[in-house]
Design a binder for this molecule. Structure first.
Ligand code: BG6
Length: 482
């Protein structure tokens, strides 16, 4: 569905996120007929650039980050003609009045300000946008994690934003919510009658949420060190995934209805007071691969590049069902998935010689090979008598998309268009961010008080041994990272 013409100002337009994600995402939206030619994208940064020089940068970003099959000269030309540039300094008043003069409010035309800048500028820039008279009812402000470093700083940021914008104007991106399969998780749960009756502690044994990455922190050390996996991944992406699994069905698929339910889950998370239920890891050097400390250029660092933990949603639906979360860098392979592991059938009618049945596992794979699989037990085909064997019902979207030549859209494509449409369903509300910090902060404080050091793990492995023990102790095991 095409969106109405809009003005989008991208602050930090010469930075990495803009080049890798935002500019290609907007190009695709024009290419697919969703972004109108009358839309205007204003790159804004401190550099003294001409509009043409910035258009050249945008053209280079397209060459680098858009598949050649999707790059046609005609669309590229149309796209570049939507682009403008403004020199604006976040730390002074320089450039702001020119920007405001170039963007007079126009009835029905949304103006969005995407702050693709270091988080310390979020507050000051919100203030400047407001002072420049650009925070009117048609304006939206877009920011992305890190949204604070802890509860206190998240509250402060929310308060600054609230001083200049209404909550319905603030779009806090968690790019995981824009992923196709994550949205599919909501369709799966709430558009099918099959799962809801089973979606509770009576039938579900436990849930595993894995976000494994094969890359290290190369190049991002200055940001990552002192942040670590808990703040970088768990506080936001992983807890958002947990919310989508655990939340009650909202009354409507509308922003506050969905976000109210997610907030209830975050508030139901049991405070974490068992240090042995959290494993922190840091990758060591092995086989010629650098260690975390070398990658981050921080020789004594205690920052974790891996974390695994057991969480509990303390409410009627989930009482007693552990949610195991793990995420780490430099692991064997890149895979993100949510696995809902059902309880065993209550009684076997088959003789022991038939083989064991497996627990049913509903696995929602976010990447790669996006799709949903359901692990089942069936009769091994053939005349060999009643022998049980595992089988998988497989809905791999990636296959379906590639056979129809459709492209899996990037999360930012969906999210940026939602900003323009004014739909906050896939964005975090301020109270959600605070509730997530409220749960995470004491865990981090505990590490600091006890002087805990992360345990080391080999690059290319599936993480520290202690993480295996976390499940073994409960008589369970992690799914293979493969
Ligand atoms: C980011 C984290 O938010 O998500 C990165 O800061 C991480 O450390 C990235 O690599 C993972 O995103 P994706 O979409 O590649 O799974």
């Amino acid at each position: 569905v095409p969106v109405d013409p809009f003005d989008l100002v991208v602050f930090g337009a010469t930075g990495d996120l803009a080049r890798r994600k935002l500019i290609p995402a907007l190009y695709h939206r024009l290419h697919d007929g969703q972004m109108p030619d009358a839309a205007r994208i204003v790159g804004a940064a401190r550099s003294d650039l001409s509009a043409d020089a910035f258009r050249n940068m945008a053209a280079e970003a397209l060459e680098e980050f858009v598949r050649p099959a999707d790059l046609d000269a005609q669309t590229q030309k149309r796209f570049l003609s939507c682009i403008d540039y403004a020199q604006v300094d976040a730390t002074s008043s320089e450039g702001w009045s020119d920007l405001a003069a170039a963007m007079p409010p126009r009835e029905g035309r949304p103006r969005a300000f995407y702050l693709s800048v270091a988080p310390r500028f979020f507050g000051p820039m919100a203030e400047r946008i407001h002072e420049a008279g650009l925070s009117g009812a048609d304006s939206r402000i877009v920011i992305e994690k890190p949204l604070g470093h802890d509860l206190a700083s998240a509250r402060e940021l929310n308060a600054t934003l609230a001083a200049h914008f209404h909550e319905h104007q603030v779009y806090r991106i968690d790019h995981y919510l824009g992923k196709e399969t994550v949205q599919n998780l909501m369709a799966l749960r709430f558009a099918n009658a099959l799962f809801e009756p089973l979606w509770n502690a009576r039938h579900i044994d436990h849930v595993q949420i894995t976000v494994a990455e094969s890359v290290g922190v190369e190049g991002r050390g200055p940001y990552y060190d002192g942040v670590g996996a808990m703040r970088d991944m768990v506080q936001n992406h992983m807890l958002q995934l947990l919310c989508l699994i655990a939340m009650e069905p909202p009354g409507r698929f509308e922003p506050d209805a969905v976000r109210d339910e997610k907030l209830k889950v975050l508030r139901a998370l049991a405070p974490h007071d068992h240090p042995e239920d959290v494993v922190r890891g840091q990758y060591a050097a092995a086989n010629g691969t650098a260690s975390y400390r070398e990658d981050a250029e921080s020789p004594d660092s205690r920052t974790e590049s891996y974390v695994a933990l057991k969480a509990e949603v303390a409410n009627w639906r989930w009482s007693g069902v552990p949610f195991y979360l793990r995420t780490g860098k430099r692991l064997r392979t890149r895979v993100s998935e949510i696995a809902v592991v059902f309880k065993e059938a209550p009684h076997s009618i088959f003789p022991a010689a038939s083989g064991r049945w497996a627990q049913n596992v509903l696995a929602i794979r976010l990447q790669p090979d996006e799709g949903i699989t359901l692990g089942m037990t069936i009769k091994d085909p053939g005349p060999g008598g009643m022998r049980l064997a595992p089988a998988v019902l497989d809905m791999t979207f990636a296959d379906a998309m590639s056979s129809s030549k459709l492209r899996m859209p990037d999360a930012y494509e969906r999210l940026v268009m939602d900003v323009i449409r004014g739909d906050q369903t896939l964005f975090m509300r301020g109270d959600e961010v605070e509730a997530a910090w409220e749960w995470v902060d004491p865990i981090i404080a505990g590490w600091e008080e006890r002087g805990d050091r992360p345990v080391s793990y080999d690059p290319g492995s599936s993480g520290p041994e202690d993480a295996l023990m976390l499940l073994h102790r409960d008589g369970r095991r992690w799914r293979e990272i493969a």
